[in-house]
Design a protein around this ligand. Structure first.
Ligand SMILES: [Zn+2]
Ligand SMILES: [Zn+2]
Length: 354
């Protein structure tokens, strides 16, 4: 009765171990969340398969895109009660450091990311500090609520807080997987005057066009900056978002920029891209900006947009998996199956199984 199923990282490269562990006890200021949906993302591939991102300890339960129901309240919690529908910020943040105090929680100096520093939501239950939770509006299903916490809020943060996109500006999205797909939808919603999708996969470009990209470019077939000039008559775009994290894709993002253009880099990795010749980069007054994760306000504002019917994410969850099939889901995500926007694991679907 006091145990639950959890998908745990023991050794990167090996399948996650699905086993019984103790149900965590919420500490002071924490609640226990019964997980209804946990989204998977590229970070999980880095952690579970590639092993090129650090974890604080093993075994550790992965999963940082979580939505569920509060089933137990620790002492000192006042803002949440039993049976509240909630979603979790992808890391437990301190709420006190210089970045938390100004609402830039992704830069929290004491951040504990679920699945990297503390047990995450690929389990039937997860303990979480109440200050890292959101009330999930009744209109929003758990699976959509979960992917918003990272898969949708990350491109929203890049567009709104880092690129500071203004209505009428032109946007290029380099890499149209889960994050890029949402970037296209959000750029449209935010009033972009033109949205260009750039990806090497034909299927990803088709999806981008269906979601409102005005122009799709496969850089394996045509030069992106030339194609933008030819098809739009514009010298380049105002904002280019990069979601891949590679030298070539960063180069593409920089090359498609107009004068005063901003390249916002979201993809991470160990590549070391270089700037264009300074005569070009300086002479055009361009900028390169990093964008890491999201702030609480990004997630809260997205929930308000979805609840108000402004943002439709019903096509964003490509498939749901029970917890026991999590390794299969990770393999599907890692295979870069371009039909996939986001995959969600539903741990309660294991209930009653032995
Ligand atoms: Zn993530
Ligand atoms: Zn902090």
């Amino acid at each position: 009765m006091n145990t639950m199923l959890a998908a745990r990282l023991v050794k990167p490269g090996d399948p996650l171990v699905i086993c019984d562990v103790d149900i965590p006890e919420p500490a002071f200021g924490e609640v226990l969340v019964q997980v209804e949906a946990c989204g998977l993302c590229g970070t999980d591939i880095h952690l579970a398969i590639d092993g090129d991102l650090p974890v604080e300890r093993t075994p550790i339960t992965l999963g940082h895109e979580v939505a569920g129901v509060v089933v137990q309240i620790g002492t000192g919690v006042t803002d949440f009660k039993k049976n509240d529908r909630v979603a979790m910020f992808p890391s437990a943040v301190c709420g006190r450091c210089r970045f938390c105090r100004v609402g830039r929680e992704s830069l929290c100096e004491n951040s504990k990311v679920y699945g990297m520093s503390r047990d995450g939501g690929l389990a039937q239950y997860v303990a979480a500090p109440a200050n890292s939770l959101f009330h999930l509006p009744d209109e929003i299903p758990f699976d959509i609520g979960s992917i918003v916490t990272d898969g949708v809020s990350t491109p929203f943060h890049a567009l709104r807080s880092r690129a500071k996109l203004r209505a009428g500006e032109t946007v290029a999205v380099v890499g149209c997987g889960g994050l890029g797909t949402h970037a296209i939808m959000l750029a449209r919603l935010m009033g972009a005057g033109l949205v260009v999708a750039i990806d090497v996969q034909a299927e990803a470009l088709e999806r981008a066009a269906a979601l409102g990209a005005d122009l799709t470019i496969n850089p394996a077939e045509q030069d992106p900056s030339k194609a933008i000039r030819e098809h739009t008559g514009l010298p380049g775009v105002d904002v280019a978002l990069e979601f891949v994290g590679g030298n070539e894709t960063v180069k593409t993002a920089l090359r498609v920029l107009d004068k005063t253009g901003r390249a916002v880099l979201v993809g991470v990795g160990m590549d070391r891209p270089s700037l264009p010749p300074l005569a070009v980069f300086v002479g055009r007054e361009q900028s390169v900006l990093g964008s890491f994760g999201m702030n609480r306000s990004d997630i809260e504002d997205l929930y308000a947009l979805i609840a108000a019917g402004r943002l439709d994410l019903t096509k964003s969850v490509s498939a749901r998996y029970p917890l026991r099939s999590v390794n299969e889901a990770l393999q599907q995500l890692a295979s870069k199956d371009t039909g996939v926007v986001r995959l969600v694991v539903a741990p309660q679907e294991n209930k009653g199984e032995v």
